[in-house]
Design a protein around this ligand. Structure first.
Ligand code: ZN
Ligand code: MN
Length: 494
C-alpha cells in the first residue's frame, strides 16, 4: 500500500571486511592505533609498476555474505578500474567491480513497522578497495590544509546495494542493524571498529526526484539524516516547490543535510576491466561455503528452546555478543533461568548499559548470573534487583573492587520483607515488621491521602503504596504490602 507521500529509501552500504591483510597486498589492516602512513607498501601506495595480488580470504568473506543474504554468485565476476582524481585515491583509480559484480539479487528480512517480517531486496554485492583517509586541519570548508593517511587505502570493502524497498527512516535503521548482526554472525565484520561502516542513502517522496545523502558514518546517523530529509522534502512539496535531484552531505554534529557544493554531475568514471587481475570464477568454491547459524535461525531457536517471547528473542539475537551472553547466563539451568534472564537482559541490562555508555564486555557474567539466581529464589523485589545491578555496574564503571551480588544484597539489606520474615521475628524476638511500621507512619503522615481513600478517590491507594515502598527502600514484597495496607485501612474505617 503506497500513499501519496510515501517515503522510498534505498541504501548503499560499505562494510570493511575484517581480514588480517589488505585486499591487494600484504599490509596489515590493524592500523587504527598506529601512526599515519605506517601500513603501506608500493601496491597500496600505487607506485608505478606495483602489481595487485588478490587476497583470497576477502573473497571468501564476501561469498559468505552473498550466501547469507541469498544472493546469486555470478558465473564470472571481474575487477574494474573506476577512474577519478581525489587526494585520498593515490592511484587516481579505485579497483572495484562494475558490470560483473561478485553477486546479484538476494534479500534481507527485517521487522516491518507494522510488525511481521518484511523482505528488502538487494541489487548486488561487490568487492572493492577502501581509499585513504583525509584529515582536515580545521574543517573541510575552511581548513588551512589537509593531511592524507594511506593506512586505510586498500582495506577490503564489500558494497551492498539495496533496492528502494524501505518505507521509513526507521526501516533503514532496522535494515542496517540486521545487516550488521548478519555480518557479525558470519565473523567477517567488526562493527566496533571506527569507520568500519559507511552508508550512502537514496531517499525520495513518491513521484518526486530522489536525493542521495553521502557518506553517513554511524547507524544512528542514517536514521537522523533520512528523518531530516523526509521533513525537508515534504515541506518543499507542500510549498509547491520542486525537489532537485542532487547529492547532499549529512552533518553529524547538527543533524542536517547540506547540498554538496561541487555540482556533481553523472561522472564518467571511464570504467574498464582491471588488466592486472584475472576474472573470478567462484561458483564451485561457493558450494563448499558453510554458514554458521544466522540471526533469524537463532531467534527462532530462542523461542523454541528457551520459551523466549518473540520480542525478547529478537532483541537478544539482534547482536551476536548479546545472544552469546544470554546463552552463557542460562547455561547452568536453561529451564529455570531463561525467562528471568531474557527479561532482565533485554528489558533492564541493555538500558542500564546504554545509560552508562558501557558495553557488554564490561559486565561480570558470573556476577550477573548469580543475580539472576538470587532473583529466581524470590528473596529480592524487582526494584531491589535493579539496585543490585546498578551497584554492580557502577563498581565496574568506576573500576572499584567488585562485590558479589549476594554481598551487595546483604550490605544494603535488600532481602525482601514478607510475612514469613514477620512471623519469624515475632516468634524469636520483638522486632516490629518494617512494612507495618512503615504503613503506620505513612497513615499518620498522610491524613489527606487516607481521607481521599475513604472518599473512594482513585489513585489514593496507589499513592499510599508508593509512600510505604519508599520508606522500605523498595524492599517490601509488593503483594504483602498491598495486603497489609488494605487491612490497616480497614481498621481505620471502623
Ligand atoms: Zn600495502
Ligand atoms: Mn563503492
Amino acid at each position: 500500500m503506497m500513499s501519496e507521500d510515501q517515503v522510498i529509501v534505498g541504501l548503499e552500504v560499505h562494510c570493511q571486511l575484517d581480514t588480517k591483510s589488505k585486499l591487494f597486498c600484504g599490509c596489515s589492516t590493524d592500523y587504527r592505533s598506529d601512526g599515519p602512513n605506517t601500513h603501506v607498501c608500493p601496491v597500496c601506495l600505487g607506485l608505478p609498476g606495483a602489481m595487485p595480488v588478490l587476497n583470497k580470504r576477502s573473497i571468501e568473506y564476501a561469498m559468505k555474505v552473498a550466501k547469507a543474504l541469498n544472493c546469486t554468485v555470478l558465473h564470472e565476476s571481474e575487477f574494474s578500474r573506476k577512474n577519478y582524481f581525489y587526494p585520498d585515491l593515490n592511484k587516481a583509480y579505485q579497483i572495484t567491480q562494475y558490470d560483473k559484480p561478485l553477486a546479484e539479487g538476494g534479500y534481507l528480512e527485517i521487522e516491518s513497522d507494522e510488525g511481521g517480517e518484511r523482505r528488502i531486496r538487494l541489487t548486488r554485492i561487490h568487492v572493492e578497495e577502501d581509499p585513504g583517509r583525509l584529515v582536515h586541519m580545521g574543517n573541510a570548508e575552511r581548513g588551512k590544509y589537509s593531511l592524507v593517511d594511506y593506512n586505510r587505502a586498500g582495506i577490503p570493502l564489500i558494497e551492498i546495494v539495496s533496492e528502494p524497498d524501505m518505507r521509513s527512516p526507521k526501516e533503514a535503521r532496522k535494515f542496517l542493524n540486521k545487516l550488521r548482526a548478519t555480518l557479525e554472525y558470519l565473523s567477517v565484520f567488526d562493527s566496533e571498529k571506527e569507520g568500519s561502516l559507511r552508508v550512502d542513502a537514496n531517499i525520495s517522496i513518491k513521484g518526486n526526484e530522489r536525493v542521495e545523502v553521502k557518506n553517513i558514518t554511524s547507524y544512528k546517523g542514517v536514521e537522523k539524516a533520512l528523518t531530516f530529509e523526509v521533513t525537508r522534502q515534504k515541506n518543499l512539496i507542500r510549498r509547491g516547490q520542486r525537489i532537485e535531484r542532487e547529492t547532499r552531505h549529512f552533518i553529524e554534529s547538527t543533524g542536517i543535510t547540506q547540498s554538496s557544493r561541487s555540482k556533481e554531475q553523472e561522472h564518467d568514471y571511464r570504467y574498464f576491466p582491471e588488466p592486472d587481475l584475472r576474472p573470478l570464477h567462484v561458483q564451485s568454491w561457493m558450494e563448499g561455503i558453510v554458514l554458521p547459524e544466522l540471526p533469524d535461525a537463532r531467534r527462532e531457536r530462542f523461542v523454541a528452546q528457551y520459551g523466549c517471547s518473540l520480542n525478547h528473542a529478537r532483541t537478544l539475537t539482534g547482536e551476536l555478543k548479546l545472544a552469546n551472553f544470554f546463552e552463557h547466563v542460562v547455561a547452568a539451568d536453561p529451564k529455570g533461568l531463561s525467562t528471568l534472564a531474557a527479561t532482565w537482559i533485554a528489558d533492564t541490562l541493555i538500558g542500564e548499559l546504554n545509560y552508562r555508555s558501557m558495553n557488554l564486555e564490561s559486565v561480570d557474567a558470573p556476577g550477573f548470573t548469580e543475580l539472576i539466581g538470587i532473583l529466581k529464589s524470590g528473596i529480592l523485589t524487582d526494584k531491589s534487583g535493579i539496585d543490585v545491578l546498578r551497584v554492580m555496574l557502577d563498581q565496574r564503571m568506576n573500576h572499584q573492587s567488585c562485590e558479589t551480588s549476594a554481598a551487595i544484597v546483604d550490605r544494603l539489606k535488600l532481602r525482601k520483607v514478607t510475612s514469613v520474615t514477620l512471623e519469624k521475628s515475632l516468634t524469636y524476638e520483638i522486632v516490629p515488621n518494617p512494612i507495618l511500621t512503615a504503613i503506620t507512619e505513612v497513615l499518620t503522615e498522610q491524613p489527606g491521602a487516607v481521607d481521599d481513600f475513604m472518599k473512594g478517590k482513585k489513585g489514593a491507594f496507589n499513592f499510599l503504596v508508593g509512600q510505604v515502598m519508599k520508606k522500605t527502600r523498595g524492599c517490601a514484597d509488593p503483594g504483602e504490602l498491598n495486603r497489609m495496607l488494605v487491612e490497616a485501612l480497614k481498621k481505620k474505617e471502623v
